[in-house]
Write a protein that binds this ligand. Structure first.
Ligand code: ARG
Length: 461
């Protein structure tokens, strides 16, 4: 095995099992492109402040660029000997540039370095997730546009409550995705702070310019306190929390799709491109995509909890425990990205709503009962009195095997003299939906306005 960077201080070599246990190269190689970007900015700062010469700076930057190219071409593949991505890059750089490579780590520690890399990585990934959230919203908006007039039963307690415009139901998820997008925008403000130049924990003896390297890397601010700079993982936890909420929303939609596609609901048919079969039951078509999304939600929640526990007992400043934040963070990022992609495809082309079945569903229940009470209340009957009256009608109708629309005008009048012929119009499902024209309601006028707003929001940032 190769000599360790720090081995001159040690008597004997690392036990191979311990070397493997200690190494993070197996996963932090994910950071290589950010590690090199961070090192280039650090180098430029060293040259800018005169800590190294301009020509040394140029050699280092060229060397670092070469390391990246070699990695991208598959020529540079660090092994466990390298310990972590930071040592791997520095070592390769020194092989390429000779002695000047040994100046790279002047006025820097792996502690501020890994903090910088992780933030650059997360900033990038947050940008990608925000774009994906926009695509997800776009698909839901298009589906909503086609289904303003499609009615679907609305539920509370998973019991039929009041009918809805299907567009209204879909737009609820567009709103959730909007908050997710805004939350990420906010988290990004605290990801985008530079710890570079915090050193190992206490700052450095060199006349560095932290604002200069921060600016080169596109950071908005720098950590004001070097101890905090190398110890803080709040930004990762906040991200894990935002990622968890994205998963909550995707998982609720996934659950609805699973229900809707069941024989009990029959609201949608899954298209073949987004469903799978069974190895034994020839008739089966399974909603694996939403099930996987619902299932993967668990691991993202787990990573949030894992990160919180990882942090809670750590004395300042850096502790090796912090190396263990990466797999949790990387897996949260990848899981959210994969689930958003799959759900976007599923909603874009995986579902076929069944309008006839949906229509039949909204016509065959008592979800217009509130509207009978509202009808009387609008004619001056106190709402609670009207409500009690309708409760009785529901009871007798259920016993008689009738729906409200089956009652004759005489029966209505016998109940209350205020009923007129227009009661039938008032309790027709389409009118029941249209009438809910309060702001944010399911009335078609409201839904059209909500669609306009959602569409125009897509292009803002
Ligand atoms: N691989 C380490 C990590 O990810 C880099 C920082 C190591 N720093 C140290 N003092 N051992 O946290």
């Amino acid at each position: 095995t190769e000599k360790k960077t720090w081995s001159d201080r040690f008597e004997s070599a690392l036990h191979p099992a311990i070397a493997r246990f200690n190494a993070s190269i197996g996963f932090d190689i994910e950071l290589i492109e950010y590690d090199i970007a961070g090192s280039i900015a650090h180098t430029q700062m060293l040259a800018h402040t005169g800590i190294i010469s301009a020509s040394e700076g140029e050699q280092l930057v060229e060397g670092l660029q070469q390391v990246l190219q070699e990695y991208q071409r598959g020529e540079f593949q660090p092994t466990v000997d390298a310990e972590d991505v930071h040592f791997a890059v520095e070592r390769r750089l020194t092989e390429i540039t000779g002695d000047v490579g040994k100046k790279l780590h002047t006025a820097r520690s792996r502690n501020d370095q890994v903090g910088t890399d992780t933030r650059l990585y997360l900033r990038d990934q947050i940008g990608k997730i925000k774009t994906q959230l926009r695509e997800f919203q776009q698909v839901l908006i298009e589906l909503a546009e086609q289904n303003i007039e499609t009615l679907i039963p609305g539920y509370t307690h998973l019991q039929r409550a009041q009918p809805l415009s299907l567009a209204h139901h879909l737009l609820a998820y567009v709103e959730m995705a909007q908050r997710d997008w805004e939350r990420l925008t906010d988290v990004a403000k605290r990801v985008n702070i530079s710890p570079l130049g915090s050193g190992a924990l206490a700052g450095t003896t060199f006349p560095i310019d932290r604002h200069y390297s921060a600016k080169l890397l596109g950071f908005e601010r720098v950590y004001n306190n070097s101890l905090d700079g190398v110890s803080d993982r709040d930004f990762a936890i906040e991200f894990a929390c935002s990622a968890s909420l994205i998963m909550v929303h995707l998982s609720r939609l996934a659950e609805e799709v699973i229900l809707w596609s069941s024989e009990e609901f029959r609201f949608v048919t899954l298209k073949d491109s987004c469903a799978t079969g069974s190895s034994i039951m020839p008739q089966k078509k399974n909603p694996d995509v939403p099930e996987l999304v619902r299932g993967k939600t668990g691991r993202v929640f787990g990573h949030l909890q894992g990160l919180l526990v990882l942090m809670k007992g750590l004395p300042l400043a850096y502790n090796k425990d912090l190396q263990d934040d990466k797999e949790a963070l990387f897996d949260s990022v990848k899981t959210v990205q994969a689930c958003l992609e799959a759900m976007t495809v599923l909603m874009a082309e995986g579902l076929e709503f069944r309008p006839a079945r949906l229509q039949e569903a909204v016509e065959s229940d008592f979800s217009n009962a509130t509207d009978v009470a509202d009808y009387l209340a609008a004619k001056g009957v106190p709402f609670r009195e009207a409500y009690n009256l309708v409760g009785k009608v529901v009871k007798t109708s259920l016993a008689a095997g009738k729906l409200l629309k089956d009652l004759s005008l005489e029966e209505w009048k016998a109940l209350h003299e205020a009923f007129e012929e227009d009661i039938y119009e008032a309790i027709a499902p389409r009118q029941v939906v249209a009438a809910r024209n309060s702001y944010g309601g399911t009335g078609f006028e409201q839904v059209k306005q909500a669609l306009d707003m959602a569409r125009s929001r897509l292009n803002s940032d």
